[in-house]
Write a protein that binds this ligand. Structure first.
Ligand code: NCD
Length: 334
């Protein structure tokens, strides 16, 4: 499916923070995705920068490890011409007893317009949003939400399939401990997809049906119905005790193999948020095969983060944010 043309409709956006997808409307989510489609064009140019956030300061505050999310936010801010600064919790004065809120207030005093926050505690970015004036973007809070990952997954599905509404999406693996699963669930349901959560009962409790999804424990039974499968990592770092007999057994029952892909729909789309464990959640043949969109997700993630920073900055400037405006910025720097 070919990418859609960027929308030139005004994007309804008046929020100061991006804390999760649970709170966003369908129109807000679609607006971010339309804006991100426009930013993909910037990424394909030889000069990849627009002046939109010139003079603005974006701080990355990561209290947990990250490869993709941190570098992607950093690069997104740079492509919008913002000044970026990394804060590393491990070498900060947190080890001397300074609190999380005091740390953020000091960073704000240096003129941070936006703070991108990843923290192991659910709700940590929401707490900061109540104590600082800067815009807060949640880059993952414990097992709660990871809104830009949810958005980039939606963007990848929309670009590959041309729509989200009416598709059946299987989210496979460690749902209980996954912020990626939660943001995907909210986003997919708002955009009209059918969501089936699949994994061992210890990682996919039946109670999750309350969110509006279906719950299944046999991948081979649900796979033929799926247009998309999003395979999640087993988050051993969040599990207090062994929740399944062995990694080998998990892979046998829930691993995405070439054989399983063959038994699914011809155009089955395979997503994974990364980091991937080759041979556990999916085999190398599937990860690198024609049904996989894992690297498209990374490319789209950059565009999504540019879109989010752009829309929040539009609010800071009290301007109307439209994709036409981005296109104007692009034209000015061509
Ligand atoms: C995810 C995360 O950290 O929540 N990764 C990511 O941001 N791309 C998922 C994971 O760690 O498995």
């Amino acid at each position: 499916m070919e990418p859609q043309a960027a929308s030139t409709n005004p994007v309804a956006w008046s929020r100061k923070h991006l804390l999760g997808l649970e709170d966003l409307s369908k129109a807000e989510i679609t607006g971010i995705l339309d804006t991100a489609d426009s930013f993909l064009e910037v990424s394909s140019r030889s000069r990849k920068k627009v002046p939109t956030l010139q003079g603005r300061v974006v701080f990355n505050l990561f209290f947990e490890n990250s490869t993709r999310t941190r570098t992607s936010f950093d690069l997104a801010a740079k492509r919008l011409s913002a000044d970026t600064q990394d804060f590393s919790a491990s070498v900060s004065s947190l080890s001397k007893g300074e609190t999380f809120i005091d740390t953020a207030r000091n960073i704000e005093a240096m003129g941070a317009d936006v703070m991108v926050v990843r923290h192991p505690t659910p709700g940590a970015p929401h707490l900061l949003a109540q104590h600082v004036q800067s815009s807060i973007i949640n880059a993952g809070d414990g097992a709660h939400e990871h809104p830009t990952q949810g958005l980039l997954d939606l963007m990848t599905i929309r670009r590959k399939k041309g729509k989200v509404e009416g598709l059946t999406v299987g989210i496979v693996g460690d749902i209980s401990h996954s912020r990626v699963a939660r943001s995907n669930i909210w986003g997919l349901l708002k955009l009209g997809a059918r969501v089936i959560l699949c994994g061992p009962p210890t990682l996919v409790p039946r109670s999750m049906e309350r969110l509006g999804c279906e719950v299944a424990h046999h991948l081979d039974q649900i796979l033929p119905q799926c247009d998309v499968v999003n395979v999640l990592r087993i988050q051993l770092e969040r599990q207090q005790k062994a929740l399944f007999p062995s990694i080998a057994e998990y892979s046998q029952l829930y691993g995405m193999t070439q054989e399983r892909v063959r038994r699914g729909k011809d155009d089955l789309l395979v997503l994974a948020p990364g980091p991937i464990n080759r041979g556990v959640e999916l085999t190398p043949e599937v990860a690198d095969g024609p049904n996989s969109a894992i690297l498209d997700q990374v490319t789209n993630g950059l565009a999504v983060r540019m879109a989010v920073l752009y829309l929040l900055s539009g609010r800071m400037n009290a301007r109307r944010s439209t994709t036409e405006e981005i296109l104007g910025d692009m034209a000015a720097t061509k």
